[in-house]
Design a protein. Structure first.
Lengths: 221, 727
């Protein structure tokens, strides 16, 4: 499996994501600077990491969504290449129009970092195939702007098409319909606020994050 | 501005005494101009010159075979052995105060405190891997205190979260003495290869001086001078001297500096901290025994028409000064431009041993560096020892241990600080193995089986009652916390927060604490490798409690053998290791303060030989895999410690009967450990069984039973409830 991690100015989970992908798949991803205008040949997975790209000084992810490399990411997504956006990466994907909705300031207004319980709402995606449908898993969050919002019609459509992949099983940030992660209509682009790359080994406090990367390895070889 | 006449009033405004000004004139050989006066002012401020503290700081032990660089560099550097590729690695760390700015503008004050300490660490070549903090607030219901708490916590989180360095722990206390002067102490720990450590001594006549990072603005002018005076009602007017942080730029600066540091282009590098361009250039030149010529027209400025005085005294954040090898400018510039940061050649190294500043073609300052450093004031201020406290005498027995326990678990000092640390990203880096809430944070050395253990501690009420014992205790408690997680304690950084040193009783507190700390450091082979002094923590003449905050760092060779405080299983024996006759000591205890409203008596004494013996024994038991949980006993005593272990593991405990002193006494040098039932070990130190794990309650003897659920509700609910009352 050939993967790439995009690095924006202010990304700070890029190494964590790369280590998780390397440890689970056995192959280190290529780190791609946001100014690049080409992606590695034959890439199977493009990962957009967490962090504070451009300091979140404008809307979170808004600046990065216009980085040169994003044109290539959008084109690759259209070709069916798997794209995973975690936290700030999810915000970038919504700002780039690859996923619907927006991530607003947490309802509690404070940054929140803790393990949260998630429900696996759809285990049929390439990202969630190693989880049981309806299972409760634990993955940490660390964000200030994770309050998922979309209009009612969009939310209905997302739910109707099974595109809500993860839901919060406890109050976290005020997200509409407890949405923690969604996929695009084709099922190859996932954005989620929780950080699966932080729970890969037992020493980190759990391994529920590992299974997302195992699922991707199974799907993408 | 440089041509203004230097009047006695202007001299006084710059914080000089008449005598100090006379020395200045003699050092320069003439009357200074305004710019030169400003430069001397910040360099001779308490903050930069340590004029009141230097002779006492010299009493602290600073050497050990594992110390690579002690005090005097930007941060302390210790040997932690082989890293992921086998090359020897170092841990680099320091703690620093940002008290005055945080009281005036809590968010930015705290945020820039974090930014400043991060730069002290990465300027030496380290990638920052963990942030810690030590916070002291006034009474929660004191005027604007909740606003300060909220702002400080948000500021620490706002900066550290964005930069992507996990804030893995800390401590937070409350006392009326901080009502008008909170303490915000931030610590950063970084790691570097030992062959990639960078120092600040400028060298190589003709080498270019490079300015990188943010542009210089008018923020923070005279911050170092502000930090060297008492607070008054008018301090609010000093808001413009508080700097504004830009953590995004800091993140870029870290990556750009580390990328350049991977090459061999840098001769010397120094962050621009307090007193900005002045202190960084003076320190680089003084340490290198060289001179510098700086062309201030080249300094990247944020605003038009900034004067040399403003440029030299600005404390704009996220800036660094470097000496490069000749001919490497283009290579370095490309890296900084990739990271979209300013890069400017602003001068060169000279052999004059003078700092020469030019602006618009004129020489606007010409200062001999030797006298600027050597003639800095140094005072042996008058100090009187703190009178010994009278013995506490008899304390009547608690009529309801359970009710008192519930009260203590919910008091501000002991209540769960989850409300605070959930606002910090404590996991970024994916190497945090023990999160906040334990005895010490544990952070893996990336790509290895090793981990660093980090803790911050101080018990100001002990220091106030007996500075010498309090100083010992602060050091010993950090040592104990590192032992408790299975680390070998290696070294400390200190952040000395005190009142006005011109008052003999305050200076007596300082001297007492230093001497106590020195005794503990010696007895525990635990040297001081970096530190910071913050004096004049007073408002309208009322000083804070003496607060020598200690940051301890230890090494865990194999993190799979590290230990945590949570009870792991039911039906395990709970043992008390260490202590003895002093176990029931209630003087200066939290029980006395919170349940009886008294702050009396002497604090518990620390028997350093017993401390060492108990700690070494616990370390041996952990190392040989005999224990299942370990927790040191500190604030609140044995019963609070048992409760913390129970809550962490969600397993109750049944204890033999305890009297009030046995339950809440704060005798030192003690640990609680758990062993599988009926396992017995030979102990060379006092060791006795105090109970057994199991059930859903804390049960003491025949009379007392408190449900864990009630304890948890009290412990977890108190802080959020307190903060919800915000106006």
């Amino acid at each position: 499996m050939k993967s790439a991690v995009i690095v924006f100015p202010g990304s700070n989970c890029d190494r964590d994501l790369a280590v998780a992908i390397r440890d689970v798949t056995g192959t280190a991803p290529t780190m791609v600077w946001h100014r690049e205008t080409a992606l590695p040949e034959g890439v199977d997975l493009i990962a957009l990491p967490g962090g504070f790209s451009y300091g979140d000084y404008l809307r979170s992810g808004a600046m990065s969504a216009r980085s040169p490399v994003m044109a290539e990411v959008i084109a690759a997504a259209a070709r069916g290449v798997a794209v995973l956006g975690v936290c700030n990466g999810f915000q970038v994907l919504t700002e780039a129009g690859l996923l619907p909705g927006a991530l607003m300031r947490n309802a509690g207004l404070d940054f929140v970092c803790r393990d949260v319980k998630l429900t696996v709402a759809n285990s049929q995606t390439m990202f969630s195939s190693r989880y049981d449908a309806g299972a409760t898993i634990t993955i940490p969050v660390a964000h200030h702007d994770g309050n998922y919002f979309a209009d009612a019609e969009t939310l209905d459509r997302l739910e109707g098409e099974g595109r809500v992949v993860f839901r919060y099983a406890e109050p976290v940030n005020g997200s509409a319909r407890d949405i923690a992660g969604v996929v695009n209509a084709q099922g190859n682009v996932l954005g989620l606020m929780p950080h699966p790359e932080r729970l890969i080994e037992a020493e980190q406090g759990g391994t529920d994050g590992r299974r997302m990367f195992e699922g991707l390895l199974a799907a993408l070889g | 501005m440089s041509h203004a006449e230097i009047t006695p009033a202007i001299v006084a405004e710059h914080g000089f005494t008449p005598d100090e000004y006379d020395v200045l004139v003699a050092s320069l050989g003439r009357v200074p101009n305004m710019l030169e006066l400003g430069i001397f002012s910040v360099m001779w401020s308490e903050h930069c010159s340590y004029k009141s503290s230097r002779i006492h700081l010299a009493k602290l032990p600073t050497k050990a075979p594992w110390v690579i660089h002690g005090p005097g560099e930007n941060a302390g550097v210790i040997d932690i052995g082989a890293g992921p590729d086998g090359a020897p690695m170092a841990a680099i760390f320091k703690m620093e105060s940002h008290n005055h700015p945080s009281f005036i503008e809590p968010y930015q004050g705290a945020a820039t405190g974090v930014g400043g300490i991060l730069r002290d660490v990465f300027t030496m070549g380290a990638r920052p891997v963990a942030n810690m903090n030590a916070l002291r607030f006034g009474r929660p219901d004191a005027p604007k205190m909740r606003h300060l708490i909220k702002g400080v916590v948000a500021g620490i989180g706002g900066y550290g979260n964005c930069v992507g360095v996990p804030t893995v722990g800390g401590e937070t206390n409350f006392h009326a003495s901080y009502d008008g002067n909170i303490l915000v102490n931030a610590m950063t720990v970084g790691t570097a290869r030992q062959d990639k450590i960078f120092l600040s001594a400028a060298a190589g006549v003709g080498n270019p001086m490079i300015y990188v990072g943010s542009k210089t603005g008018r923020d923070g002018i005279h911050g170092a001078t502000m930090a060297s005076a008492e607070f008054t009602e008018e301090s609010e007017d000093k808001r413009p001297t508080v700097q504004v942080g830009d953590p995004f730029t800091e993140k870029l600066l870290i990556e750009a500096c580390l990328e350049l540091m991977a090459s061999d282009a840098i001769v010397a590098i120094q962050d621009m901290g307090a007193a900005g361009l002045t202190s960084s250039s003076v320190e680089m030149a003084s340490k290198g025994g060289v001179g510098l010529r700086l062309d201030l027209d080249k300094v990247p400025c944020r605003e038009d028409r900034m004067t040399p005085y403003e440029m030299m005294l600005s404390e704009s954040q996220e800036r660094m000064l470097m000496v490069l090898k000749p001919g490497r400018e283009a290579f370095a510039e490309a890296i900084f431009h990739k990271w979209e940061l300013d890069f400017a050649v602003i001068g060169e190294v000279t052999d004059t041993e003078r700092l020469v500043l030019t602006f618009h073609g004129d020489t606007v300052a010409d200062i001999p560096l030797g006298p600027l450093a050597d003639n800095a004031p140094k005072y042996d201020r008058a100090h009187v020892p703190t009178p010994k406290r009278a013995p506490l005498g008899a304390v009547s027995e608690s009529t309801d241990l359970g009710a008192d326990l519930l009260k203590l678990m919910a008091c501000p000092d002991l209540a769960s600080k989850r409300w605070i640390w959930e606002q910090y990203d404590h996991m970024v880096g994916a190497d945090t193995l023990q999160r906040p809430g334990g005895d010490a944070a544990v952070v893996r050395l990336h790509g290895t089986q090793k981990a660093l253990a980090i803790t911050t501690d101080c018990t100001p009420r002990y220091c106030f009652a007996d500075p010498y014992e309090g100083g010992k205790q602060a050091v010993a408690e950090t040592w104990r916390n590192l032992i408790a997680v299975g680390a070998l304690p290696l070294a400390i950084t200190d952040c000395m927060n005190f009142g006005n040193p011109q008052r003999p009783e305050i200076m007596g507190q300082f001297v007492g604490c230093i001497e106590g700390m020195a005794a503990a450091c010696k007895a525990l082979d635990y040297p001081v490798v970096s530190g910071n002094v913050s004096l004049y923590n007073e408002t309208n003449g009322t000083g804070i409690m003496p607060t020598p905050a200690i940051g301890g760092v230890g090494l865990i060779e194999d993190y799979t053998k590290s230990m945590s405080l949570a009870f792991k299983a039911v039906e395990q024996d709970i043992w008390l290791i260490g202590g003895g006759d002093t176990d029931t000591h209630l003087g200066q205890s939290l029980y006395l303060r919170e349940c009886l409203g008294r702050e009396d008596g002497p604090p518990p004494a620390v028997d350093l030989a017993a401390e060492r013996a108990a700690g070494d024994f616990v370390a041996m038991l952990i190392g040989t895999g005999q224990l299942t949980a370990v927790h040191d006993i500190s604030d609140g005593g044995l019963l609070v410690a048992v409760t913390e272990m129970a809550l962490a593991g969600n397993i109750g405990a049944t204890l033999f009967d305890l009297d009030t002193g046995g339950a809440f006494g704060e005798g030192q040098g003690r640990y609680l450990v758990t062993l599988p039932a009926a396992n017995v070990v030979d102990a060379p130190v006092p060791m006795r069984r105090v109970g057994r794990t199991g059930g859903d309650s804390i049960i003491i003897g025949a009379k007392t039973k408190v449900k864990l659920a009630d304890l948890r509700a009290a412990h977890e609910g108190a802080f959020p409830a307190m903060m919800r009352d915000e106006i």
